[in-house]
Design a protein around this ligand. Sequence first.
Ligand code: UD1
Ligand code: MG
Length: 419
Amino acid sequence: MSNFKAIILAAGKGTRMKSEIPKVLHKVCGRSVLSYVLDITKVLRSLTTYVVVGHGSQKVKDAVGNSVTFVQQDQLLGTADAVNRCAPYLKNYQGTILVLCGDTPLLSKDIVAALVKQHHRSKAAATVLTGIIDNPQGYGRIVRDDKGAIKAIREQNDASVDEDKIKEINVGVYGFDSKALFGALKKVKLNPGKKEFYLTDVIELLLAQGKKVGTYTTQDATAAFGVNTREDLAQAQAIIRQRILSKYMLSGVTVIDPLTTFIEAGVVIGQDTTIHPMTVIHTDVRIGKNCSIGPMARLRPGTRVSDGVEIGNFAEVSRTSLGPGVMQKHFSFLGDAVVGQGANIGAGVVTANYDGVNKNKTFIGPQAFIGSDAILVAPNKIGAKAIIGAGSVLPKGKNIPAGTMALGVPARIIKRIGK
Ligand code: UD1
Ligand code: MG
């Protein structure tokens, strides 16, 4: 698309979250609320994205990084003021400005793309994204004239009894012509009730100047959902979780029980893999084809699982690569490990990867057999086809050559095998 610049409003306090963390940094399925909105501007290739920050601004900057331009709003004087803070950055820009709110993680790129497309086609000064919802409580209402054209956006507090009943709401996403927007923003007056400058007042101002204002109405009411409380956060999480699971199921992954399966954003799962109930898969995990994961397994970030692997109940895997066909069927922990093809990890095996200061690596060679309840105090290297006896403790730094058997506490090499 790349024919617009975007402004994301993210300076608000999020008072109702009752948190020291800025609202937009709270996590939904492993990613910040704001990151979902940022994704949309990235995918639609916004020329520049300005993120208006205020409350907890340094935390937001640190989390987002430097792919965007931050605009500071020290006093939270409302959405019109927030957009107006961007004026100095955009004074030489003539074109479309897309305005989004940083607290709407359910918004989809398709809806925003359709809004921008219509905005360009109609050559309007402003295009407002609207949605029809059963409970419009808290949202700005779309007021239309008898011909159906938009007349104004009325905030809940200022709505008349009739306006209060309107179910068409302002999602909080707009396409604007830059000159028209900043011209009108100068004229926005302080809302006497809330003591804020409302971006929504721009619509009436543009219409009074004889400018064209359009609307694009989405059928997907969830798009408007803004996170304001912890309950909203949980609701957004539930919806995104189902979206993630649907995506996998449609791509050929079996999810035995979607209600008890938690897969965060940023996970890849291959075809014909089965995810059993009560399994948690965190972000930055990749799983190959024909694997069986769970029940009750936890895969943490940095885990790479090759094709045909089985990870069973009460297994936890973190920052670890499992080669093709690895079996890790019951109660075990693998952290910072690299496990070769076809290795067997017995019940109760633990890589003791953390020595209190550093995280150390464990290498387990192809076809190695790690007996039940073995503790591998990292760093270690266990060669191909080596066997570690059940209940052994492999001391820190001890390596076991390929094709040998070691056992005991501490583990000692007792013989070569297979010859
Ligand atoms: C706003 C709209 C409302 C719409 C709703 C959609 C206005 C006046 N109202 O209401 O019509 O239905 O969004 O969710 O615009 N923000 C700043 N600086 C500020 C104030 C807010 O950056 O000074 C940011 C917030 O962080 C938030 C966004 O702007 O991301 C929206 O602000 P919020 O206070 O949540 O507005 P709503 O009352 O939800
Ligand atoms: Mg809001």
